[in-house]
Design a protein around this ligand. Sequence first.
Ligand code: CP
Length: 334
Amino acid sequence: MTTRAPAAAPGIEATSLQPRRHLLDLDDMGFAEITTILDSAEAMREVLHRSIKKVPSLRGKVVLTLFLEPSTRTRVSFEQAGKMLSADVINIGGSGSSAEKGESLLNTALTLQAMHADILIIRHEASGAPYFLARSLENTSVVNAGDGRHAHPTQALLDLLTMRDHLESLAGAKVVIVGDALHSRVVRSDIFGLVASGASVTLSGPPTMIPLDLLNPRGAPSLPGVAVEPDLDTAIVDADVVMALRIQKERQDAGMMPSLREYTRRWQINEDRMRLAKPGALIMHPGPMNEGVEITSSLAHGSAQIEEQVTNGVAVRMAVLYQLLQGSDGGSLT
Ligand code: CP
């Protein structure tokens, strides 16, 4: 497969590509590797438009998904991605597996490795669970499909692909991310990918939902390229991309916001606020949405790029599986 040579964003070092065994987050991924994966995803996306949506690239490979937290987009798109590449995909959930009988995560993973799984894709409520497995498994690659509030690297890659599809370059782009950053694994991975691509990130939302280490705008920024502006009407001015985050009720303590009505009044993405952004600014949401809270229904089902994000999720996950597995014995997209 040919890939476009990555043009480094101004001020961004293009790192040399090393074969990667696991995908755990984007914090160790430079612009060159991100570009390679996104270029690969663009090629993979073409398969989605074929009448027969299948290529033989990963024939004979075994892909296991182990989702111990709920998921629609990530789980289904990894399964679809693996099947489109002709891998054998086996799905395991918490319910119905021996995890219900108290089997430890490590013993579950060692059992799956003993079945010669090539890749284990894991979603887990505990931050760090995929890292633990990556350290423990010698023969199986691990992909982080979302761990606690820590990281969600394939969501970040699909977000980057969606932005790249519309913007001439991510270098210099202003991306405003609104809402519950404190509990969001998406925002952490997005920040690494966006900063590596030369974009600037502004977080907006209730101060109780902004990570403490980012909250003091008068102090030295703890993450270069990331700013905090709690007032959304100020933050959104001239934005190229506005992304709403889901309010994660399942991870929140009580009292993090005055009321849903107040949240909606101050931080909802709506038509009036979008007029403050650049004309044609992208509107994104990783899903699932609290429709009518973080974003109006009319934007979510109108000019937003949310369904493009979902489609790009399949393409990016195809690219990730391909990149991780093709290193072992080659492979081709035909
Ligand atoms: N964005 C995301 O991770 O969605 P799911 O929880 O449906 O996988």
